[in-house]
Design a protein around this ligand. Structure first.
Ligand SMILES: Nc1ncnc2c1ncn2[C@@H]1O[C@H](COP(=O)(O)OP(=O)(O)OP(=O)(O)O)[C@@H](O)[C@H]1O
Ligand SMILES: [Mg+2]
Length: 453
């Protein structure tokens, strides 16, 4: 992309309505525009990040064997009457009446609808296990939408639903989700710690939330500092293996880590004093096992091996796709702006032309741009007729992790400058080596992907 042809409406001033840094930076970097309370347009730069996050989620879901589908945003109220949640859900549910006076709602989640799909088409235990998921807009009429996309009313969520014959199989599905979530968040450059949580209105026995530690988080969390030493890395896990998934679950839940709802001071006090941490976290995902809570009232049964019909064991597993954009910024920024992790950056590298209009500088920039694109990368070429300082400020604000600076003085010695946004360190290289270096940096990022679903 050439910046002169792009739509990047950056703001000079700090927007007054933003209380936290991610919201402020998303507005300043021209990523989003609020349309009304808790409802946002995703401007091109924000949309790119959202799509990158969504893609990682898709890839990791499918790596774990989960199957994508797409359910609508609008749902008939009758399905929710069957489960008993139409009345229970309360003011957060946006209720709509169509021209025939039929009751609809904008889905806040999809347990009822997926159960309806399941019962219509699945009859036998031989079709299990089954995990279906989608990434779709949700609406919850939050009483206090705030912090930009972190607590919106309309937000993008990945919600997946597991169907199994037995409790044991359903718990394997739960563990499998924990493993795939660890991988998912690490690919986004995030540490998200699984913490024992409370099941809330969805109901159920087993549930963990994934929390990104950040001062601006809305949840109070209590944990043993050893938990944050764990990383998943690039382990190869057989997602069908109960033992392998259980081992990861055991490892990542072996230390005390709880949200305030399930916090147990007596247990917490058993941790050595110097390892006890009380902090704040942003919930970026949650996994639930809830047994037959929906399958029983809604008649989602299968014929078991002995010929008898039994209700299936279910779980639901969410990732806050749009919230993650804010959470990543909370975890990775400085005074000058955002610092995107390589896995989610909207553009892989900025090319800054220090002397726009100078024939040889322009053509050197064009050549670098073409070579980067030929390596499968998305550069953002700042070809505007602006001062160098303004170009640097824009690149820093929008957080591209790498910058190649090209000027006539360096080019005279066949040199350009490669700068890391994170460390601020620069290195002089030939244009060819700079391109090769960037391609090398992104090799694992590009290799981690799977084909588009
Ligand atoms: N209002 C919202 N805006 C943006 N993302 C949200 C919102 N509500 C939930 N999410 C995201 O969707 C994920 C799955 O939804 P879930 O039903 O677990 O939300 P929740 O527990 O009600 O969230 P919260 O406690 O933050 O209100 C959450 O982990 C969170 O990342
Ligand atoms: Mg939750």
């Amino acid at each position: 992309m050439r910046l002169s042809r792009y739509f990047l409406p950056v703001l000079k001033e700090d927007p007054k309505e933003a209380q936290i840094v991610s919201h402020r930076l998303m507005l300043r970097a021209g990523m989003i525009k609020q349309q009304t309370a808790g409802i946002y347009s995703w401007l091109p730069l924000g949309y790119r990040v959202l799509r990158r996050i969504e893609r990682i989620v898709h890839e990791e879901q499918q790596r774990a064997g989960h199957i994508p589908l797409l359910m609508p945003t609008l749902q008939p109220a009758d399905l929710w009457r069957e489960s008993g949640r139409y009345d229970d859900y309360g003011e957060e549910m946006l209720r709509i009446t169509d021209r025939h006076k039929r009751d609809l709602l904008f889905g806040p989640t999809n347990e009822e609808m997926i159960t309806d799909i399941f019962r219509a088409h699945v009859n036998s235990y031989k079709d299990l296990p089954l995990t279906l998921y989608h990434i779709q807009w949700k609406f919850r009429d939050e009483i206090r939408p705030r912090f930009g996309v972190m607590r919106g009313r309309e937000f993008l969520m990945k919600d997946g639903y597991t169907f199994d014959l037995t409790r044991e199989d359903a718990l394997h599905a739960y563990n499998r989700h924990l493993v795939s979530y660890l991988r998912t968040y690490e690919r986004m450059g995030l540490q998200a710690v699984p913490m024992r949580a409370d099941s809330g209105p969805i109901g159920g026995d087993d549930t963990h939330e994934f929390l990104v530690l950040a001062e601006t988080g809305e949840s109070e969390v209590f944990y043993d500092s050893q938990i944050t030493d764990l990383t998943f890395g690039d382990r190869q896990i057989d997602y069908d293996s109960h033992e392998e998934c259980q081992a990861v679950m055991d490892e990542f839940t072996s230390r005390y880590a709880r949200t305030d709802e399930t916090h147990d001071p007596a247990l917490f006090d058993q941790i050595p004093q110097d390892r006890r941490r009380i902090a704040r976290g942003i919930e970026v995902g949650q996994i639930f096992y809830f047994g037959t809570k929906y399958s029983e009232p809604m008649g989602a049964t299968v014929v078991g091996p002995d010929g008898a019909r039994v209700p299936v064991h279910m779980g639901s597993h969410g990732i806050g796709v749009s919230r993650l954009v804010g959470a990543i910024i909370e975890a990775s920024h400085d005074d000058r702006g955002i610092i995107w992790p390589e896995g989610v950056t909207p553009f892989h590298v900025a090319i800054v032309n220090l002397k726009q209009g100078d024939g040889s500088t322009d053509s050197a920039c064009e050549a670098i741009y073409d070579q980067l694109r030929a390596s499968g990368l998305d550069p953002l070429y700042d070809d505007r007729d602006e001062r160098a300082g303004a170009k640097f400020a824009t690149a820093d604000l929008i957080g591209l992790p790498w910058r190649i600076t090209v000027g006539p003085r360096g080019l005279a010695n066949n040199r350009v400058e490669l700068t890391s946004r994170r460390t601020g360190e620069s290195e002089e290289l030939s244009p060819r080596d700079a391109v090769a270096r960037i391609a090398e940096i992104y090799r694992p990022v590009l290799a981690a992907g799977l084909p588009t679903p």
